[in-house]
Design a protein around this ligand. Structure first.
Ligand code: ZN
Length: 59
């Protein structure tokens, strides 16, 4: 099952199958979200942005 990871610094996301992924841009550890891939792809852009904002800790 694909999991959705979000970078806490730049907010970019990746769909991955395992743990402890790092961001291509920042080379930092990405945060595992509580949203599954299948759900994520059904979201509209506003809902995706809300998830990004939830996990992105940098300002
Ligand atoms: Zn990043």
């Amino acid at each position: 099952m694909l999991k959705v990871y979000i970078c806490p610094i730049c907010g970019s996301y990746r769909f991955v199958t395992s743990y402890n992924y790092t961001c291509y841009k920042c080379h930092c550890a990405m945060t595992l979200t509580d949203v599954e891939y299948k759900k994520y792809i059904d979201l509209d852009s506003d809902e995706r942005q809300a998830i990004t904002n939830k996990y992105k800790t940098a300002t």
